[in-house]
Design a binder for this molecule. Sequence first.
Ligand SMILES: NC(=O)c1ccc[n+]([C@@H]2O[C@H](COP(=O)([O-])OP(=O)(O)OC[C@H]3O[C@@H](n4cnc5c(N)ncnc54)[C@H](OP(=O)(O)O)[C@@H]3O)[C@@H](O)[C@H]2O)c1
Length: 306
Amino acid sequence: MRLAVTGATGFVGGAVCRAAAAAGWPVTAFGRRAAADARHVGGAAYRAWDITAAKLADPPDVDAVVHCAAAATDTGVAREVWRTNLLGTHHVLASFPGARIVHVSSASVYDPYRPTVRAKEHEAPVSRYLNAYAAAKAAAEQLVLVIAREAIVLRPHAVHGAGDPTLLPRLLENVRGNRLLVPGTGRVLVSMTAVDSLARACLLAAATETVRSGVFNIADRAPVTIDWAVRGLLASAGVPARPAYVPAGLLSPLARVFPRGRLNRYVISQFAVERTLDLTAAIDRLGFEPVPTVFPPPVPPPFPPS
Ligand SMILES: NC(=O)c1ccc[n+]([C@@H]2O[C@H](COP(=O)([O-])OP(=O)(O)OC[C@H]3O[C@@H](n4cnc5c(N)ncnc54)[C@H](OP(=O)(O)O)[C@@H]3O)[C@@H](O)[C@H]2O)c1
């Protein structure tokens, strides 16, 4: 299976490259930066490409593209987020018209105004979102499903694992003393996705002969409570802090005043209400084997940042 991976310098894309390399697949890794650490991309051939600029003039001949590149931010400038996540996706599709596209989307495409309870794939997109990230991810899914000859969309949630640049750092930067302020009660359930498990799902989606198009939730085997997840993540980082829960209703006025602040409405919606995914489709149709959510003891990231 000849694979191209966008966003290969990132958390998910790097894991996909390493998994593909371990499977013996030839990989062309794409990132925006000029060069990548060869270990991060599993020794793949690396090419720099800003996907917002234009389609590739000389794309490699591949069977499938795992498209991980994105502005993965809930506080980014809307125009830049849309340019990367929608225009960039358009350029990826235009560059590889004959290849299967495995599009790494997000569970952010589910309704942010209601709890996501064992959501099934048909429950998204919805008509309104809390930020450009979710709206652009939802739009990009539709673009991929309409344009690509074969399109498999994966929706992970709260991706965790060594080298995580988002979830854990975000928690750690909000630790004050031995306390971490968390919206909600901590008792609601959340589906999380181990990065290596997501990488395996990407390879399954790239290679399956029985599915040519479809949308699939990807997560760990069973949901966990926010409290369990937060405590586990803090412990895995060796940080002796405890969560302090603040009712969402008390934080909401603040979030309205600072819409792109750390405790914005999107963040509150992610922590204060249930966000769980139904995995039936991925298990039955892709042969996905979910793993339990575990947070290993403190480990350095797999490679120093390049
Ligand atoms: N992490 C999560 O919890 C999570 C949850 C759900 C869904 N996802 C989805 O998973 C995918 C990967 O996320 P991640 O966590 O791996 O993010 P990440 O670590 O921030 O990586 C983002 C990647 O996208 C690349 N990129 C950004 N802008 C680009 C541009 N204009 N042109 C080319 N490449 C560009 C970056 O390249 P450079 O670093 O070289 O600039 C980097 O390789 C995203 O689609 C995200 O929406 C992530």
